[in-house]
Design a protein around this ligand. Structure first.
Ligand SMILES: Cc1cc2nc3c(=O)[nH]c(=O)nc-3n(C[C@H](O)[C@H](O)[C@H](O)COP(=O)(O)OP(=O)(O)OC[C@H]3O[C@@H](n4cnc5c(N)ncnc54)[C@H](O)[C@@H]3O)c2cc1C
Length: 385
């Protein structure tokens, strides 16, 4: 990928934002289990960072997705994963389908305000009994006159406690499971919606994740994104951006793990020499740095294909799989060299280890990525009829 002056400017803007507006407060927000989203999203909106690759008609910068990925990479330098996750939900998880397939009216009402930072969005796909198996969701949106009436429960919904709307995947007919779903934008203040207290997570502590209940929630059908029944397809497309974002977003955090471990091992002495002088340690750190760079290449290759309108399902799935696996490997290996210090809750590598663990689970677990890759390789056994 060739980076332009504009890429570098976005990189610099995000870097400054992370250094001044996020990192000084991470410890406080991690303890509090939340961060001031509304204020931060407004600041991000004012800088244009919530709509880098979104259409200019709705306040976006109208740049291609490579500019977005540069921002995703830089947000990953935050000293906590929760804040970039919350930002990614807004930019790459709950708005791509709206931007691409939403009606002008819908984009005016929700997309423009998400880009400006005046609205917070969340994405509602997973349910208590359906996470990996998206087609098995049970939430229904039944037609009643010009409205839909929604019933069901969404689980693990990030940003939901502070969200103004949810981009909801629901069954809108009794057709086959891949043809009966629609994405619908639902304002969170609609009567019948209840957000449970936030969940107590292993990591990503500064972001808020909760269960959301829908009890006879009435919403005009014009809040549906695109054609009825195309929700599954749109969500699968939307996942491409989520997966590329996830892989790009992890890179800087992993590099920080390696750098901080180098610094620590240079200072820490055992048996009369710095830990770092043990070949097993400096070789291992070099190996990890090499793997991180390989992941970066894969992400850039995926993004290059994506902006050239190629099908990058394979590369996006591979990048997401590699990011999850490598994230666990880097965090665990680095933590080892911190010894007892690494086992402390406040240790930066220990926080990274907890935060990064999500990458192998959320947005399609490792095994789901492997399934997609196998399908495209032609090695997935056919389902018996
Ligand atoms: C912190 C956090 C934030 C989240 N935010 C959101 C959000 O904002 N919106 C949203 O919609 N969802 C969100 N999720 C949900 C997330 O996407 C799901 O947890 C994920 O898709 C896995 O689904 P599941 O938990 O139901 O696991 P299951 O589907 O029950 O699977 C459990 C495990 O089994 C394995 N597995 C599953 N299927 C197979 C298979 N076919 N072959 C082999 N192994 C398999 C995988 O290892 C998987 O991790 C979030 C989750 C977390 C933890």
């Amino acid at each position: 990928m060739i980076f332009t002056q504009e890429h570098n400017e976005i990189r610099r803007t995000v870097k400054n934002f992370v250094e001044n507006e996020i990192n000084p407060y991470c410890d406080e927000w991690e303890k509090a289990g939340e961060f001031p989203m509304k204020e931060m999203f407004k600041k991000l909106g004012d800088l244009g960072l919530l709509g880098i690759s979104k259409p200019t008609e709705y306040g976006g910068m109208g740049l291609d997705y490579s500019y977005n990925i540069v921002a995703a990479e830089e947000f990953g330098a935050a000293h906590c994963g929760g804040v970039p996750l919350a930002i990614g939900v807004q930019t790459d998880m709950c708005t791509p389908a709206l931007a691409r397939f939403g009606s002008n009216e819908l984009r005016e009402e929700f997309l423009a305000q998400s880009i400006s930072g005046d609205m917070i969005g969340c994405i509602g796909v997973s349910e208590p009994s359906a996470g990996s198996d998206v087609a098995a969701i049970k939430t229904t949106a039944k037609k009643d006159g010009d409205d839909y009436v929604i019933n069901g429960t969404k689980m693990w919904i990030t940003n939901s406690p502070k969200a103004d709307y949810i981009c909801l995947l629901a069954n809108t007919s009794d057709d086959k499971v891949h043809l009966n779903k629609s994405l619908i934008v639902v304002p969170m203040n609609t009567p019948g919606i209840e957000v449970a207290p936030r969940l107590n997570k292993l990591g990503m502590r500064s972001s808020e994740t909760a269960q959301v209940f829908f009890d006879n929630v009435r919403i005009p059908q014009r809040y549906r994104i695109g054609a009825e029944g195309s929700g599954f397809m749109m969500q699968m497309l939307q996942f491409q951006e989520e997966r590329l974002f996830g892989a790009a977003n992890i890179l800087k955090g992993l590099e920080q793990c390696v750098d901080q471990t180098i610094d620590y091992c240079r200072e820490r002495q055992t048996f009369g020499q710095p830990l770092l002088d043990n070949q097993v340690i400096h070789f291992r750190l070099a190996e990890l740095q090499t793997e991180i760079e390989a992941l970066r290449c894969m992400v850039y290759q995926g993004v290059e294909g994506y902006i050239n309108k190629k099908d990058v399902t394979m590369l996006a799935s591979m990048a997401k799989l590699k990011a999850g696996r490598l994230g666990r490997e880097v965090a665990d290996s680095c933590l080892q060299y911190w010894g007892g210090m690494g086992y402390m809750w406040e240790n930066p590598v220990s926080r990274a280890m907890r935060d990064i663990r999500l990458v192998s689970i959320g947005g399609g677990a490792d095994e789901i990525m492997l399934g997609i890759i196998c399908k495209l390789m032609g090695t997935l056994p056919k389902k018996k009829k």
